[in-house]
Design a binder for this molecule. Structure first.
Ligand code: MIG
Length: 654
């Protein structure tokens, strides 16, 4: 296309998307504006760089268009009226609506108009600005600082179809081992292996289910990746065996930075094979991270990925069952990596947004090769479009503040429709000090969020449930047990997600696109299409208003029936998260004594039904391996008509 040519796109005979006919109208700038911004942000005025290589698409914005996705960006669920920048960023300050960038860069968004719905995937890894009617309400634009204009248009009847198209192109979130959907406990600062074991024991003693404990950077020898501190963590293999007796798994953190140390095998091997990124003068590029002066593996190189992937054997031999990738934006302590640091795929400015993606890919592939056929689990902080094939993501360093419960739900809803369905935020908040009430409400808000982990920063108030009084412990126990009750349903949804891309957790607008009331609701969310959760996200509440979309629903606790299309006031004392279930729902749940997902055996699973019309496929496999991909699974279709439940075996492979 030439510069002055414009594109109109029709779908099913209807005009859906047009280029904006005019140039952008930037509005006149006050000559002191840059100075004012610099003053507020505490830096000096730099020169306005001319972006000569940038490429832009400018599209007409419909009067009623709502815009979703873009991964973990803060702000509202509906991104209309905001502008953002894709540039993976680690900023420890409390994340607020005005942040333009966070850890992940997913250049995919969905436009939901009154009569159309489509997605745009702008596949370019350079720094990119998305302006959704912020500069001007007549248009939105996507501006890549460099590189090619390469965007995909994905029309559909609704969000579900568009997410289906996007994930069929970039990959779906895979079904994980079942324990991944359990409760995870973590803290930066679990200082010895005995402390880790005590944590596991405490969960058992207090009868709070738990499946996983995470080991943060404290376990390493001087923050050297793939090593263990022989005083504080002398026998991690032994630890993992003791934990296994208690039904608990271990996940450990691995950062990308490799300590510059001539006596350290990772540094030596990496230097020999030319594994690290270079400066423009050809020397190996250095910066500082946790281990001090460090070098950065070039994960865009296949040979480096397989080298790194094979190192997962070291962790596996110590009984570690999953790997948590941090600092992979990449973050650095001595200023950011310069744009021209050299990687095989290109300069840092091109690689920055995909660095974490390729680190996760290396880790995933290493685990897939070395973990005896088990489904790998990698958790990442930085991600790009398609990372969902290799990893789940958490939303980085939130804080123990009320605003961050709301933020976590906005992020989880948008990440879910951005393909990254295995996602979640640190329960209790990472930075700052939690309070007992905040901790409980954080747990409740995450009750059905796919990645469910309490995590906090060194130096903050400790926030394992037993740091507080009985009331807090009881409320947390109740919430965690509610989650475990729904794990069979979550697992079914996760399996469905792998097949179709349909996220496990969904914003209301995904399920009810025609209902204008839900376009900006993210303090309520859906687990699959049957369960609606409305957590309390403010202090001192005993009730909250809940919008119920069209259709009949039942209060999960009382069985009371409500018609939809209206707001109600739901009872929500500290130990209760309001949950409503759709008429016609069929939900496999787990009953009985459950300490970890290991206790959820088939005989403990029952099927809850809520009168109405519906159908659902319940799925079972070995909960661990890829054997299901060769037919080793059972699938049973349930159909509900009024109160009559019928069962049909679709597949019997176990
Ligand atoms: O510079 O490993 O987001 O979860 O506990 C901080 C220590 C590095 C940041 C991660 C956080 C983790 C912490 N890390």
């Amino acid at each position: 296309m030439k510069d002055n040519e414009k594109l109109d796109i029709y779908y099913k005979g209807k005009l859906v998307l047009s280029d904006y006919e005019k140039a952008r109208k930037k509005g006149e700038k006050n000559p002191y504006e840059d100075l004012a911004i610099a003053e507020l942000e505490g830096h000096t005025v730099g020169k306005d760089e001319e972006k000569t290589d940038s490429v832009t698409i400018i599209k007409k914005l419909g009067k009623d268009d709502a815009i979703y996705d873009l991964g973990d960006k803060p702000g509202c669920l509906n991104k209309r009226g905001y502008s953002y920048v894709n540039w993976n960023t680690d900023d420890p300050a409390p994340h607020v609506d005005s942040f333009k960038s966070l850890y992940k860069s997913i250049p995919f968004f969905i436009v939901l108009g009154d009569e159309y719905c489509y997605g745009i995937f702008a596949d370019n890894t350079y720094k990119t600005t998305f302006d959704f009617g912020y500069e001007n309400t007549d248009y939105y634009f996507v501006e890549h600082e460099k590189g090619e204009l390469d965007y995909y248009f994905m029309p559909g009847n609704d969000m579900a179809e568009v997410v289906g198209l996007y994930t069929s192109l970039t990959g779906t979130t895979p079904l994980y081992q079942r324990w991944i959907y359990g409760s995870h406990q973590s803290r930066w600062g679990y200082y010895t292996q005995d402390e880790v074991l005590d944590i596991a024991d405490k969960f058992r003693e207090l009868d709070i289910p738990c499946d996983v404990i995470h080991m943060d950077i404290d376990y390493m020898n001087g923050y050297r990746v793939f090593t263990f501190d022989d005083k504080k963590f002398p026998d991690v293999k032994g630890l993992s065996e003791k934990l296994a007796d208690r039904g608990v798994k271990l996940i450990s953190i691995i950062d990308p930075g490799v300590k510059k140390d001539e006596d350290y095998f990772m540094y030596k091997e990496g230097m020999e094979m030319d594994a690290f990124a270079h400066d423009t003068d050809g020397s190996v590029y250095e910066n500082a991270v946790w281990p001090g002066t460090s070098v950065f593996p070039d994960f865009t190189k296949q040979s480096v990925r397989s080298w790194w992937g094979d190192k997962t054997k070291i962790l596996l031999e110590h009984g570690i069952s999953g790997i948590w990738n941090d600092m992979n934006e990449p973050a650095s302590f001595n200023g950011p990596l310069p744009d021209d640091v050299q990687f095989e795929y290109g300069a840092h400015e091109k690689v920055h947004n995909i660095y974490g993606h390729f680190m996760a890919k290396a880790t995933y592939e290493g685990l897939a090769k070395n973990d005896g056929g088990k489904r790998p689990f990698v958790l990442t902080r930085a991600a790009y479009a398609g990372s969902q094939k290799y990893c789940g993501g958490w939303t980085g360093d939130n804080h123990s503040i009320w605003a961050h419960i709301a933020l976590s739900l906005e992020q989880v809803c948008n990440l879910s429709v951005s393909g990254l369905a295995m996602c979640g935020s640190d329960i209790g908040g990472f930075g700052s000090d939690t309070t007992p009430e905040l901790l409980v409400r954080f747990y409740e808000a995450a009750v059905f969020v796919p990645f469910f982990r309490n995590h906090s920063a060194m130096g903050t108030r400790r926030q394992e449930p037993w740091q507080f009084d009985e009331t807090t412990i009881d409320a947390v126990r109740k919430t965690v047990k509610l989650r475990y009750r729904f794990i069979p349903y979550i697992y079914d949804l996760a399996h469905e997600c792998e097949k179709t891309g349909a996220p496990i957790v969904r914003p209301l607008v995904y399920e009810y696109p025609a209902d204008k009331h839900v376009r900006n609701i993210s303090d309520e969310y859906m687990l699959g299409s049957f369960v609606l959760v409305a957590p309390v996200i403010a202090p001192g509440k005993e009730a909250r208003e809940v919008y119920l979309p069209d259709g009949d629903r039942y209060d999960y606790y009382t069985g009371e029936k409500y018609s939809g299309g209206r707001y109600i006031l739901a009872d929500a004392p500290l130990d209760k998260v309001p949950v409503f279930i759709k008429a016609g729902a069929i939900i496999p749940v787990a009953d009985g004594e459950i300490r970890s997902t290991e206790d959820i055996t088939e005989d403990k699973i029952s099927i809850l039904t809520y009168p109405g019309k519906g159908s659902f496929v319940h799925y079972q496999d070995d909960n661990e391996t890829f054997a299901y991909r060769n037919g080793a699974y059972n699938a049973v279709e349930y159909t509900l008509d009024g109160e009559t439940l019928e069962k049909r075996v679709l597949h019997k492979g176990l």
